[in-house]
Design a protein around this ligand. Sequence first.
Ligand SMILES: C[S@@+](CC[C@H](N)C(=O)[O-])C[C@H]1O[C@@H](n2cnc3c(N)ncnc32)[C@H](O)[C@@H]1O
Length: 334
Amino acid sequence: MSADDAATPDDTALSEGHREAFLDVYETRSPRAQHQLDLFADQWTSKVPILGEETISGPRDDLFHDERIQWGLEALGPITGMTVLELGPLEGAHTTLLEERGAGQVVAVEAHRQAFLRCLVVKNLLGLRAHFELGDFVGHLREYETTWDLCVATGVLYHLHDPLELIALLGQRARRVLLWTHYWDDDVMARRPDVAERFDEVEPVQRHGLSATYHRYGYGTGVNDPTFCGGSRTHARWMERNDILDGLAAVGFERIDTGFDDPFWPHGPALCVAAARPDAVSRHPQPRTRARRWREGQRGPEVEAPWKQAARRLTWLTRRRGSPTRPPEPPAAP
Ligand SMILES: C[S@@+](CC[C@H](N)C(=O)[O-])C[C@H]1O[C@@H](n2cnc3c(N)ncnc32)[C@H](O)[C@@H]1O
């Protein structure tokens, strides 16, 4: 029997169904980025930029150079060397931008299991250093008493059941916040029945030392879409614009800038907020990350290919027998 025969299951011993299942487990073509992307075919939202290979992923080619993030980072100042907690990374597009801008350590917490796995594919393909966690970011903020230099919370506040809790926790855990969110506006909603029809309850609330009016939003059948990337419950609560800004001020953020403030954003009024506590200070710029230099094609001998870095890290992790579930502690506060 040849070596080839030995590696193939005995056809006569397998039923048709078992033989197909066996063969389906293996990728038999030469390695390509596309094979990794195809693990989640038709589920990608973002178009993942792969250098040197034409690939197909999702339709959104704006997320890897998102102007909202660029605006926020301009408003907040350099993030070089900072510790960053990112809430709901989806597919790691903003994570990539944060590393490109020199963030020291990024921990990104994603609750959607498939999105979390897509983040790992992006991390692998783009050579990111970020640490992705699978779980609820509110639970993470409650549990770990880490103070982050920056917390990035784009596209998440309006997906929460109790958004005031997130604002209160940001006040305890973040020196700076970059937030993009939808908000409720009576006048705008009167002119946007297509958006307003998704809301069913208005509730004034006082929680976590803050107050706001909650507008209950139902996802309806949207949760069945394979690209659904909302919250983990069937309903969320939207806040009003001033309640968001007042809440951030009440929990200690002083310099509060707004941008991309667009009452007629396609899915409802939305704005970007960049806010900093009085104790937030900028650090000195550092060189660009290896991943960025690699993507920019600066492949001198000193720039190691992302997959070689990843292989080295894998060996290191395997030797340590298992990866940590708790994110590494960021460096001490400045
Ligand atoms: C609308 S997407 C925003 C993605 C990205 N941050 C952006 O701005 O483009 C919301 C993301 O947050 C995740 N998410 C929502 N609620 C979450 C929670 N409580 N904990 C962790 N992830 C959550 C969703 O699965 C999804 O990936």
